[in-house]
Design a protein around this ligand. Structure first.
Ligand SMILES: CC(C)(COP(=O)(O)OP(=O)(O)OC[C@H]1O[C@@H](n2cnc3c(N)ncnc32)[C@H](O)[C@@H]1OP(=O)(O)O)[C@@H](O)C(=O)NCCC(=O)NCCS
Length: 213
């Protein structure tokens, strides 16, 4: 009986324009708010579009029979004397996990980065992401450094409160103007007509200097 090597059927190639939406949606499935809140917050379509635009050679997808199996998105950082390869995002569809897909993607992107002068690799992930940590450890990544993220709810910020007050006052003023009967100009000229017909024109002119900014 011949043994079929699953990884043989996995094909790795550069990300193309038609892969942008499927890659984004696969990321949405993988980087969820309950599992990895930081990855969830920072993952959006601009990650894919932006890196496809700036670093297409380090954006790879794996597919099997035309079906998206996984992706890797990376970049190169050049400092005065060092060039770093940085893996920003790596994801494998649950259906294709534990079949060596990430292995293939990372091997290929690392080879490209070495060709382009990288002598050091960086990657980061959530500290609770055991599968990724095991995966990267096995690939030779080590020397773990913890990095702490802090956050702040801006709805409690003093400036946010002022902005909301300002918007309320503006809405109230607009309501007051609408409820007043329009005053007819004695000698209607075109400018006076415009103000009568469109009170928002004078509104935006008079409130500009009251902006909270
Ligand atoms: C981490 C991830 C990319 C690994 O992809 P994968 O294609 O399943 O990985 P591979 O099949 O190449 O795994 C190679 C090795 O990594 C380790 N590994 C991978 N997934 C693992 C898991 N769930 N638990 C433990 N070890 C795991 C194993 O050592 C594995 O070798 P083995 O299968 O012979 O034991 C995948 O689980 C994933 O997409 N996770 C969600 C997204 C994510 O966390 N991305 C990384 C941060 S951006």
């Amino acid at each position: 009986m011949s043994s079929f090597d699953e990884t043989e059927a996995i094909y790795v190639r550069e990300l193309g324009i038609d892969d942008i939406a499927p890659v984004y949606h696969l990321g949405e499935e993988l980087f969820t708010s309950d599992l990895y809140p930081y990855l969830y917050r920072t993952w959006d379509e601009w990650e894919v579009i932006g890196l496809y635009n700036t670093d297409p050679e380090y954006c790879l997808v794996a597919e099997r029979d035309g079906e998206l199996a996984g992706f890797v998105l990376g970049t190169i950082i050049t400092k005065a004397s060092w060039t770093y390869g940085y893996i920003l995002w790596l994801g494998v569809s649950p259906k294709f996990q534990r079949r060596g897909v990430a292995d293939k993607l990372v091997d290929k992107v690392v080879a490209r980065m070495i060709e382009d002068g990288a002598r050091f690799m960086l990657v980061d992930t959530d500290p609770t992401n055991v599968s990724a940590l095991k995966f990267f450890n096995r690939k030779g990544f080590g020397n773990i450094r913890q990095h702490i993220f802090l956050s702040m709810n801006l709805s409690k910020h003093e400036y946010y409160g002022r902005l909301i007050d300002y918007e309320h006052q503006k809405a109230e003023r607009a309501g007051y103007r609408r409820s007043r009967p329009a005053i007819r100009a004695r000698k209607p000229d075109s400018a006076a007509n415009e103000i009568l017909l469109n009170p928002l024109v004078s509104e935006s002119q008079t409130t500009e200097d009251q902006s909270p900014i």
